[in-house]
Design a protein around this ligand. Structure first.
Ligand code: ADP
Ligand code: MG
Length: 315
């Protein structure tokens, strides 16, 4: 039987008359990696802060590990790990001193502290740097140390707010390997990110847009949703020498339901009454290198379509 570790029911947070998170209902199962995506300012950090017991909801309810976030935020803080978006390490303390500082916050006994120190050092591979000041670590190692600190008291659930923002691709992959390692041990992860490739690696994802959760599910299910590729349409990747011009032309054609840049190609959702030859003749006439191949939708395609629809409905 699956067990839900995080649950919210129409949770809402207002700042004055501004609604930062509106009616978000979700449930996260034990051991899953839940990825929360959404543009800047959509409410990701506000939602995480409510779940971590540091910000009170204005409306609705939520629980983490069975603890009500309104009634007992202090109990939640003790039982979870939280890597906030703003840097929470002490730059002028060494790696080891940071681990001890966080251990003390969580009230670990000296014996338990040494046991956990050894465990998180082993987990993150930070042994060579234990005497180094946190402020002198590279971005990737800082994030590993932050994760080690968030895991020092062995919480069952960890919240990570944009843990890979601003670190290089290798460090990003290493950090994800660590997240998988923790998830295999049964730790539940709630991660916010801007990166679509990270979203694809999550077991479940949510997309928050203008304070509302507009998509929720497994990546494969979201991509397969009928809204994403409506009946009577097909999705193509178009390569050509001038994709920007082709995009502008594509957007004037009624049988093109959707067109977006994707790297240096276009992703086009086309009525299947129209052939790709006819499409190419209209958007890349005279370009002998232009080609179109059928593709499956990506998560980004799914989120783009869902947020456009939402913006249209809201207007
Ligand atoms: P995200 O993490 O998705 O970028 P946030 O949750 O940080 O978004 O912010 C959502 C919205 O709420 C933003 O418009 C932000 O300016 C606003 N907001 C966040 N915290 C506060 C606050 N303490 N007071 C007023 N507005 C806030
Ligand atoms: Mg944020």
């Amino acid at each position: 039987m699956t067990q839900s570790v995080i649950q919210t029911d129409r949770i809402t947070r207002r700042f004055g008359s501004f609604v930062a998170v509106r009616d978000v209902s979700l449930s996260v199962e034990r051991g899953s990696i839940f990825g929360l995506l959404g543009p800047n300012g959509s409410g990701k950090s506000t939602l995480i802060r409510m779940l971590c017991g540091v910000l009170r909801p204005s409306d609705g309810s939520g629980s983490v590990l069975g603890v009500d976030i309104r009634k007992d935020p202090e109990a939640i803080k003790r039982r979870i790990g939280y890597m906030s978006q703003k840097f929470s390490l002490y730059a002028d303390l060494s790696v080891l001193e940071n681990l001890r500082f966080y251990g003390r916050i969580y009230g670990l006994s000296p014996a338990r502290q040494s046991e956990r120190e050894a465990a998180v050092i082993q987990l993150t591979g930070i042994q060579p740097y234990t005497e180094r000041l946190a402020g002198q670590l590279s971005g990737g190692w800082k994030q590993r140390l932050a994760l080690a600190c968030a895991f020092i008291h062995e919480p069952e659930v960890i919240f990570l707010d944009e843990p890979t923002a601003g670190i290089d691709p290798v460090a990003r992959r290493d950090l994800w390997d660590l997240l998988f390692e923790l998830s295999h041990r049964g730790v539940t992860m709630f991660v916010t990110t801007h990166y679509m490739d990270e979203a694809e690696r999550c077991t479940h994802v949510g997309y928050i847009y203008m304070a509302r959760l507009i998509a929720l599910g497994k990546p494969a299910d979201l991509k397969a949703a009928p809204d994403v590729t409506p009946t009577g349409t097909r999705r193509y990747e178009v390569s050509c020498t001038n994709p920007t011009a082709a995009l502008a032309r594509a957007r004037t054609i009624p049988s093109v339901r959707d067109a977006t840049m994707f790297g240096d190609t276009l992703h086009i959702l086309l009525d299947d009454t129209v052939s790709t030859d006819a499409l190419l003749a209209q958007i890349a006439a005279g370009d002998p290198s232009a080609s179109a191949r059928p593709i499956a939708p990506t998560l980004e395609d799914a989120f783009v379509i869902l947020s456009r629809r939402h913006a249209r409905d809201a207007a």
